[in-house]
Design a protein around this ligand. Sequence first.
Ligand SMILES: [Zn+2]
Length: 213
Amino acid sequence: MLPVRLEWQRPRDGVECQPARFIEPDGVELDGAIFRPRSPEVSPISYHVANLENPIALHFINCRDNLAFAHFLERFGMLQSERSGAGGMWEKSTELVSFRSTLQTLFRWSSLGPDAVLPRANAVASYSSFKPKLERTSGGGLRLVIQASGLEDLMVMEAMMAIEIGAVITSCAHCSRAYLTGPLTGRRSHSVYCSDRCRVAAMRKRNAEGAKA
Ligand SMILES: [Zn+2]
């Protein structure tokens, strides 16, 4: 598996979330929110994905409300670098929710067989764009990486990696957050908790309930 690289930027002064009403192409009005950086200032950030131990896509899938989406965009950067002719960077809650559901679906497909998953996953990924890039290694040699064009593409690539190697999306028995198990995830395929912290917390809870009984 070739590592995937993204040179990106994130808002230096955070992201604000304002209520908004959207009129969809079919005329339906939806209440939602717009996310905008608080200032045009950005800090560069470089992503290098070579395994599935802490996928950015899972942080996105675990955003359950607008506040969580705002924290994601502050931490990892906006999904789009700029919207042409529309006053810089911004995101619509409806589009974030729709992309989250696309990602969830892609990860769930890792449990389908190749015949079922191939046409579907490739159709979703056909909207992404990637470039081959040679980099200098610290030892002075060369390394081939795949360069993503944006944060959405990077997350789609993480899902495609999960499908290829058979990593499975599941939810933690303690905190109910989604996480991956299996190859390249650093977790056994039968694991029940997302982290040691949740495993210990669940054990304490069981012990406390046992003591009460
Ligand atoms: Zn957990």
